[in-house]
Design a protein. Structure first.
Length: 170
């Protein structure tokens, strides 16, 4: 549609921290995000031209929040400019189960939270040391959640997957 006007942005949806997601969805989401022993997901952001951008990332669950350190990159710039995101779990080898969230990312600068998340990051990756991780240029984001989608299947090719959709209350 050449020359068409892009649709107006909807007002921001209500969001909650990870602790505000119903326990059954959060538990299933954690299992899918951490199925390989460390947090792994695909992060989708919004480019400055409004198009989507998708890259792998390492989400970190810590206490009541879902976080991520992002190195200097287009996806980090996207979140600093426009905090809208979605995160999708990596595919499983055994089935087509999936976990997907949308919401708004917020930059976190508090040193105590950064230190706690660095500790969590290193605990998940025992082969790394503090000297091998340069966090000076990385920005820490907390992902506030507006929507969750959990898909449960009986295996690959399941003709009737079960979908659970949840929206943060207003």
């Amino acid at each position: 549609m050449t020359g068409s006007t892009p649709p107006a942005l909807e007002p921001p949806q209500p969001t909650v921290t990870w602790a505000g997601v119903p326990h059954d969805l959060a538990s299933a989401g954690e299992e899918l995000l951490y199925q390989f022993g460390v947090g792994l997901g695909f992060l989708a952001t919004v480019r400055s031209d409004g198009g989507p951008r998708v890259h792998p990332m390492c989400p970190l669950l810590h206490e009541a929040g879902l976080y991520g350190f992002l190195v200097p990159s287009p996806k980090r710039d996207d979140l600093l400019r426009d905090g809208r995101f979605s995160i999708h779990s990596f595919p499983s080898e055994e089935n087509e189960d999936a976990f997907y969230i949308t919401g708004r990312a917020r930059m976190i600068e508090a040193p105590d939270i950064r230190d706690a998340l660095l500790t969590r990051y290193l605990e998940e990756r025992p082969k790394l040391s503090l000297s091998s991780v340069d966090l000076d240029e990385q920005v820490l984001f907390e992902f506030h959640i507006a929507t969750c989608l959990l898909t449960c299947t009986s295996g690959h090719g399941d003709p009737a997957p079960a979908h659970t959709v949840w929206h943060a209350p207003a």
